[in-house]
Design a protein around this ligand. Structure first.
Ligand SMILES: Nc1ncnc2c1ncn2[C@@H]1O[C@H](COP(=O)(O)OP(=O)(O)OP(=O)(O)O)[C@@H](O)[C@H]1O
Ligand SMILES: [Mg+2]
Length: 590
């Protein structure tokens, strides 16, 4: 059970006070009673002796029975006690409380203890019940007469008188004690309150501190230990406040760094349970649930990643770097760096950094492909040129027709080489942003017509019809004349190349909001669906052998895509195998 300090203090004070005052009461009770009784007895004794002396001097060794009663009455009246005079035989001859006539009825007093003692020892005292006046009495008796016993003087007071005095006295003491108890109770109540109030205030402030409320300060009431405690509490609050602010700032800093990091960060404890995941890693693995306390395998569902976590925590090496391929939620390649957090040779957890290197890998693959493709594309015409040139140099070719044919092949292949190198240079210029483009408003129809003119002969040779469906009110396009011509030439060249004899090619154009959309369709061989996403890649050809036969290198569409994108447009294709293809692109309206 919880008892407040205030009640404890009050209880202690009250118990102490009650204990002390009760002890005082009992002490006074016993000692005062004895004191009062002694005082009364002493006084009675003094009065008795004083009267004995007076009587002894006055009466000259003789007591008259007739005067004795008067004498007793006088003494009794002046002292306020019962006075009795007894003759040496024990007969009562005077009594202040008994009338003269009544004296005869009193029994002989010689056997009374105090009388016996007075006669024998010179002083007698006893407490007993008086049959004459029916009260408990204190008797004192002395013999009268100088040298010769002439009578006995006895004084008596009722014991009830002493008891009355005593009871009055104790009533006063009791009232005083009760008042003292009440006064000290009230005082102890306030003293307890005075001591406990600052403590209570301070405990309330400490509780607020625990909840992070530093706004209230302890009031320093006094310059004592409680005051010191209040000052210490205030200092502590200030220090905690400063530290909390500092920690909050550090935490906010860390959170900002973690959330703005492109890399995924995972922090685990020594058991491998997740303590923290930053937004990047959540995005990487599509994690939207609570993860604290879970194992990485439960959250990321990848055994390889869980193995890395276990290895980092158990092997305690500096850094573990490993590449991991994941297929859920997407096909990705991730480079993971894991470092254990070691303090005093004990692993307390680990930090893992996840780099998404999918794009890097893809670019690396493209680069490798590119180098292989370029080498291959260059080697084919060079080998051919070299071969034919060597044959000619050997002088073994005698027929002029053959010489002409060989030279023709050499010329064709060198043209191919020149085209290839031109295309590669164009591509690299566009990609590096070094290709100069001037964006001017231009009419689409005349531009298309000029391009069609260039290729008209080739189309005619293949008996292909080229139809233009370009409205006269078509908006002007904003673009670079030379580069847009290159786009049309490439797309028309493809349409002619990949459409069998007798086919039809159509160039259409229409305004689409802020853009002009151009569609170049043919009734050609079409493109298989699986190749559609890749045909804009460099060197990608559906049928390599056939394309090469037709003099293609697979760079045309790649150049088209880059030019269109530089114009802020888009390019796409729709195709059905065996039926034809439609290449579309957009360019902004001027
Ligand atoms: N209109 C089309 N019909 C069918 N297939 C096409 C068409 N246009 C392009 N392709 C396919 O896309 C591939 C890539 O075309 P791209 O223009 O980039 O290369 P290319 O024509 O082979 O060579 P280049 O244009 O460099 O001379 C072609 O090899 C061909 O397989
Ligand atoms: Mg082409």
């Amino acid at each position: 059970m919880r008892i407040r300090i205030y009640w404890k203090l009050t209880l202690i004070f009250c118990s102490l006070i009650v204990l002390i005052l009760t002890a005082t009461y009992f002490y006074l009770n016993t000692h005062l009673k004895t004191y009062v009784e002694t005082r009364i007895q002493d006084n009675l004794e003094k009065d008795l002796l004083l009267n004995k002396n007076l009587i002894d001097n006055e009466l000259n060794q003789k007591i008259n029975s007739a005067d004795a009663d008067d004498l007793a009455n006088r003494i009794g009246e002046s002292l306020g006690v019962r006075a009795t005079i007894i003759n040496p035989e024990g007969v009562v001859i005077g009594d202040s409380e008994v009338s003269k006539t009544g004296l005869a009825q009193l029994e002989n007093h010689i056997t009374r203890a105090e009388i016996q003692d007075a006669v024998r020892k010179g002083f007698g005292q006893s407490k007993r019940f008086s049959t004459s006046i029916r009260k408990n009495m204190l008797y004192m008796a002395v013999p009268l007469g100088k040298g010769k016993l002439i009578g006995i003087l006895r004084l008596a007071i009722p014991l009830s008188d002493i008891e009355l005095i005593e009871s009055k006295m104790f009533k006063t003491i009791s009232i005083a004690i009760i008042f003292a108890i009440i006064a000290t109770l009230i005082a102890s109540f306030f003293v307890s309150l005075m001591i406990s109030k600052p403590l209570y205030e301070m405990s309330a402030i400490a509780r607020r501190l625990a909840t992070g409320d530093f706004s209230r300060k302890a009031i320093v009431h006094s310059n004592d230990e409680t005051g010191d405690l209040a000052k210490a509490l205030n200092n502590m609050a200030d220090e905690i406040n400063a530290k909390v602010k500092n920690i909050s700032f550090e935490k906010a800093k860390l959170e900002t760094i973690l959330s703005s990091m492109f890399e995924g960060i995972m922090l685990t404890n020594e058991k491998g349970e997740i303590l923290l995941l930053n937004p990047s890693i959540r995005k990487l693995f599509f994690i939207d649930s609570l993860t604290e306390g879970k194992k990485p395998l439960e959250v990321i569902r990848n055994n390889a990643i869980q193995e890395i976590v276990d290895r980092v925590l158990h092997e305690n090496r500096e850094v573990i770097t490993q590449e991991v391929s994941i297929s859920i939620p997407e096909q990705k390649t991730i480079m993971i760096n894991g470092v254990p957090i070691v303090k005093d040779s004990v692993t307390e957890g680990a930090v893992f950094v996840f780099h998404d290197i999918t794009e890097l890998k893809r670019l690396e693959d493209i680069r490798k492909d590119f180098v292989a493709n370029v080498s291959h594309e260059l080697r084919t015409p060079i080998s051919s040129i070299k071969g034919y040139a060597e044959t000619l140099l050997d002088g073994k070719v005698d027929s002029e027709d053959n010489v002409k044919e060989f030279l023709g092949i050499i010329y064709q292949d060198s043209n191919r080489l020149a085209n290839l190198i031109d295309d590669l240079l164009d591509l690299s210029k566009i990609e590096s942003g070094k290709m100069k483009m001037e964006f001017d408003p231009l009419e689409v129809l005349p531009l298309v017509k000029r391009c069609v003119n260039v290729l008209e002969k080739t189309a005619k040779d293949k008996k292909l019809s080229i139809k233009l469906e370009i409205p006269a009110n078509l908006s002007k396009a904003l673009g670079d004349h030379k580069r847009l011509s290159q786009v049309f030439l490439n797309l028309l060249d493809n349409a002619i190349k990949y459409t069998p004899e007798g086919g039809a090619i159509c160039v259409g154009a229409a305004d689409k909001e802020k853009f002009i959309q151009i569609d170049i369709s043919d009734t050609g061989i079409g493109i298989p669906e699986k190749d559609l996403p890749r045909i804009f890649e460099r060197f990608y050809r559906v049928d390599k052998a056939r394309s090469r036969e037709l003099g293609g290198t697979g760079l045309g569409l790649s150049i088209v895509k880059h030019i269109v994108q530089t114009h802020n447009g888009q390019v796409w294709v729709q195709s059905t195998l065996g039926q034809g293809s439609t290449f579309s692109f957009t360019i902004p309206i001027a």
